[in-house]
Design a protein around this ligand. Structure first.
Ligand SMILES: Cc1ncc(COP(=O)(O)O)c(C=O)c1O
Length: 284
């Protein structure tokens, strides 16, 4: 596997991360995950805009965002990913400096790491739905930043897995915010409901795609958090994200959601989403 590391295309095994890297020491960095459908980069500009937003929130001075697309395309070519379904992983940390919480004096060269991972889409979950569990949202107050600090997500996700679930749904202050690595939508009376885009959730790119699709399909979306005590009154519940796309939640903590099968609106959105992907691959 060839990766991009600090300006060079090199073998993954040759990457050497400095122990002084602030990403390594403090998790002082951000990342993005972009889907590459057989070389078709889905919503690439939207992901780079979010990357720039995250960098800006952390005052990381990275000047080369506009070069990322060419680098990623070259990486896809070198690794033959036109023939594979995969994701691009991009990570940028503040760079290397002696350990101190204080931002280092002067200009620091950010550390840039980009790699590709092949994925096997989970068609079974997509078609038949998944089980989810409610877990405590112990994350910080800036979940809108896609920071590499994912410890709270890691803990919560594993709590859900221990309960036999595919995914954890975060609960904070009596409301469900989002999934441990996905966005979340409920459906009631053919209308969608989702947490407002604020500092408690990541501005999911797939969430944005759902908003656009609903606009076209004349489906109303209310931006309002779902409360755990009301969740079973919903007709449908589904998760969204770059890797899972749209997956129905048919069980929540051992209780059926809706009638325990993927709902009509969920399936309609899955079909509309699949068409976007097919169109993206045609343009390529
Ligand atoms: C906490 C969280 N919410 C939502 C998402 C979904 O975001 P996207 O649709 O951009 O993949 C992710 C993806 O990593 C995430 O980690």
């Amino acid at each position: 596997m060839t990766v991009f590391y600090n300006g060079n295309f090199i073998a993954k095994k040759d990457v050497k991360i400095s122990p002084d890297d602030r990403g390594f020491l403090f998790g002082d960095g951000v990342y993005e995950v972009v889907r590459s459908y057989f070389g078709c980069l889905f919503m690439f500009n939207e992901h780079i805009n979010r990357l720039n937003y995250s960098l800006k929130q952390l005052n990381i001075n990275f000047k080369y965002s506009e070069r990322l697309e060419n680098i990623v395309r070259e990486l896809i070519e070198i690794n033959d990913f036109e023939k594979k379904d995969g994701v691009v992983y991009l990570q940028i940390t503040r760079g290397c400096a002696p350990r101190s919480l204080k931002y280092p004096e002067g200009e620091l060269e950010p550390t840039v790491y980009i790699t590709l991972n092949e994925i096997n889409p989970d068609y079974y979950s997509y078609k038949y739905g998944i089980k989810a569990s409610l877990v405590d949202d112990i994350r910080w107050q800036r979940c809108d930043i896609k920071s590499v600090n994912l410890l709270a997500n890691v803990i919560a996700h594993n709590q859900a897995v221990e309960k036999g679930s595919k995914i954890g749904l975060f609960v904070k202050n009596g409301i469900i915010t989002e999934g441990t690595h996905v966005g979340l939508f409920g459906v009631k009376d053919n209308e969608l409901i989702t947490h407002p885009s604020d500092n408690q959730i990541l501005p999911s790119i797939t969430r944005g795609v759902i908003f656009n699709l609903c606009n076209k399909l004349n489906i109303t979306i209310t931006e309002q958090a779902i409360r755990p005590e009301n969740v079973y009154n919903l007709d449908e519940l589904f998760i969204v994200g770059t890797s899972p796309e749209i997956a129905p939640v048919i069980f929540l903590d051992n209780k059926k959601m809706g009638n325990g099968t993927p709902g009509t609106i969920t399936v309609m959105l899955q079909q509309a989403f699949s068409k976007l992907i097919r169109d993206c691959q045609k343009i390529q």
